[in-house]
Design a binder for this molecule. Structure first.
Ligand SMILES: Nc1ncnc2c1ncn2[C@@H]1O[C@H](COP(=O)(O)OP(=O)(O)OP(=O)(O)O)[C@@H](O)[C@H]1O
Ligand SMILES: [Mg+2]
Length: 302
């Protein structure tokens, strides 16, 4: 059998190159400069992030992937202003980030809705905190609830919603404050595969229709390729930028593209970066203890 030849992910058509040139001409929304973060832990000083540099352009969709512990959540918490960097800086619209603000919307993996408030009240909460009147906050909230397709559930409480619906409310709540950037830390990580792919399509639809830049953390390579314009690949110990990959899969994206040459080539490159070929897998050396004496083998040899 002959191996299928995959085009190099670097070999971009003129149209794809032009798309990325145009993207880079858009205004810079987020700039991360020489960012570093160290934690003082029981094991001593841990360098979670080192020399992180990248820019995100207006209405760009950037995914961040990397092995567990490489500092993805630390990075997003610094961008949100929830954690202070040890060195470097974060600029949003050219202004340094020091603390949380309504210009950044956050959606986490865990469900973070207020259980004692219904869907509408959850989405209204931030608006009322910003000083909007109750009536304005309510009509704004209903618009966002409609955008995520939950208008029939405006009066429902979080415990009455599925995981996917709760995350849609979380997205509506984050967007209601009209942030410049939406920061998402594995928002679909706890959802089953089918709900997850519906949520991805839903998020792309929202992103296409409003002026929002997205930074989205995921472990899932397919999810990153399906969603992103560019993928920031981090490596661990310490967390550094390994590569920033331009995803050449054409938009609008569709799930059938997972077998397209661009998709497969990008995935192959990501796999090389995330799981570099190392020493032979040592699971063969596991010591096997037989716990039963049941006669026949379950795997019948022909
Ligand atoms: N508050 C803290 N105190 C001490 N060390 C921390 C703290 N927060 C994170 N770390 C360490 O920083 C490193 C990066 O953690 P982080 O949670 O950002 O990784 P991650 O890439 O999000 O991992 P995962 O993919 O598992 O979510 C890890 O070594 C972690 O143990
Ligand atoms: Mg994390």
């Amino acid at each position: 059998m002959t191996a299928i030849e995959l085009p190099s992910y670097l070999e971009k058509s003129a149209a794809v190159s032009a798309r990325f040139e145009k993207l880079k001409q858009r205004e810079v929304i987020l700039e991360v400069k020489q960012l570093g973060k160290q934690f003082d832990s029981q094991q001593g000083l841990v360098t979670a992030l080192r020399d992180i540099n990248f820019k995100t352009h207006r209405r760009e969709f950037v995914c961040v992937i990397g092995p567990s512990g490489c500092g993805k959540s630390t990075l997003i918490r610094i961008l949100a202003g929830l954690e202070a960097p040890s060195s470097g800086e974060v600029l949003l619209d050219n202004k340094p980030v020091f603390e949380p603000g309504p210009d950044r919307g956050m959606v986490f993996q865990g469900y973070t809705l207020f259980p004692w408030l219904n869907v509408k009240q959850n989405v209204m909460f931030g608006l009322e905190m910003q000083g909007y009147t109750k009536a304005t906050a309510e009509s704004e909230a209903l618009n966002w609830i409609e955008l995520v397709g939950l208008e029939r559930f405006a009066d429902a409480y979080p415990h009455q919603l599925s995981g996917g619906m709760k995350q849609r409310v979380a997205i509506a709540r984050a967007l209601a404050n009209k942030p410049r950037i939406l920061l998402m830390d594995e928002p679909f990580g706890a959802l089953d595969a089918q709900t997850r792919s519906k949520m991805q399509a839903n998020l792309i639809e929202i992103w296409r229709n409003i002026d929002i830049t997205v930074l989205f953390i995921t472990h899932d390579l397919d999810e990153a390729i399906y969603l992103a314009d560019r993928i920031l690949v981090l490596k661990a110990n310490p967390g550094e930028v390994e590569e920033l990959i331009e995803v050449s899969v054409p938009r609008p994206r569709h799930s059938s593209q997972v077998i397209s040459p661009e998709f497969l080539a990008t995935k192959k490159r990501l796999e090389e970066l995330i799981h570099p070929p190392g020493p032979e897998d040592d699971t063969d050396d596991l010591h096997m203890i037989r716990m039963t004496h049941v006669g026949d083998d379950v795997e019948i040899m022909e």
